[in-house]
Design a protein around this ligand. Structure first.
Ligand code: ADP
Ligand code: MG
Length: 253
């Protein structure tokens, strides 16, 4: 049985989407069957993997609200063994529209519970909030990977995230676990980055992945070419470290 992993942190700009895209791509290249699910209205994972979010007929919005079937929405074989459920800006209004729906926290779970038999991994790229879309991801997921940016406020706001995770565990998804914490945008030349790594390791102990993602210009350039980094510059540090992270994620079972 495959695993559903939510990439979550309610802060924006910490590397959720970069991690979701590049982890999904590497897992598929390493032989796993993967589906990337974009539930951020900004649709950065969708465009970052090369799908034009403005010309979609349907998106995850239609799936959550029951307007279309998954087979109409899914983009198959974006890469070999990698499928995508794309997002679009319409999703921005979905949290409000979902409020009136019965079992609104379960909309994504009900869909992914059927899909997971076809995949080794389903990776969900969450929006930068703890609203209903993120709750849907936490309810659907078996585990969470939390990206933390190596900067001064890295741990700020984590209390809120931990509380939300606890609430979901206590009420709906007892088996939800934090699978790991990935440090991103590490700059080995600064003391600050090094201090943040120490601090995060004290807090999360062995949950912190050994693969620390460096600040790497290739990682920030690749999305504008609609490519995961290994197809843009395979030999870059960013590509190499996301490969190592994918190996850790696969090995940690
Ligand atoms: P989030 O999804 O958490 O908002 P993103 O993955 O979109 O964060 O990253 C925010 C910005 O930082 C993007 O422009 C992205 O290209 C860039 N970025 C992410 N990770 C790195 C990195 N390791 N090195 C350099 N730039 C990065
Ligand atoms: Mg994002």
């Amino acid at each position: 049985m495959g695993q559903i992993i939510a990439i979550t942190n309610q802060k924006g700009g910490v590397g959720k989407t970069t991690t979701a895209v590049n982890l999904s791509a590497w897992l598929s290249i390493l032989g796993c069957k993967v589906m990337l699910v974009d539930i951020d209205p900004q649709g950065n994972a969708t465009s970052g993997i090369g799908v034009d979010k403005d010309s979609l007929k349907y998106s995850i919005y239609d799936l959550l609200l029951g307007n279309a079937e998954i087979e109409d929405i899914k983009k198959k074989n974006i890469l070999e063994r990698l499928d995508l459920i794309p997002s679009s800006i319409e999703l921005a209004g979905a949290e409000i529209e979902m409020v009136g729906i019965k079992d609104r926290e379960f909309l994504l779970k009900n869909i992914l519970d059927i899909e997971i038999s076809k995949y080794d991994y389903i990776i969900i790229d969450c929006p930068p909030s703890l609203g209903l879309l993120t709750i849907n991801a936490l309810v659907a997921a078996n585990s969470i990977i939390v990206p933390l940016q190596c900067e001064y406020y890295a741990l700020e706001g984590l209390g809120q995230l931990m509380n939300t995770i606890k609430l979901v565990q206590q009420s709906i998804n007892r088996n939800l676990i934090i699978k790991g914490v990935v440090l991103t945008m590490f700059d080995g030349r600064t003391n600050l980055s090094i201090q943040v790594v120490d601090e995060v390791k004290k807090f999360f102990k062995d949950k912190v992945y050994r693969s620390i993602i460096p600040r790497n210009v290739r990682l920030s350039e690749a999305p504008s070419h609609g490519k995961p980094v290994m197809l843009y510059d395979k030999r870059s540090k960013g590509s190499e470290l996301y490969r190592e992270l994918a190996c850790e994620v696969m090995g940690g079972e």
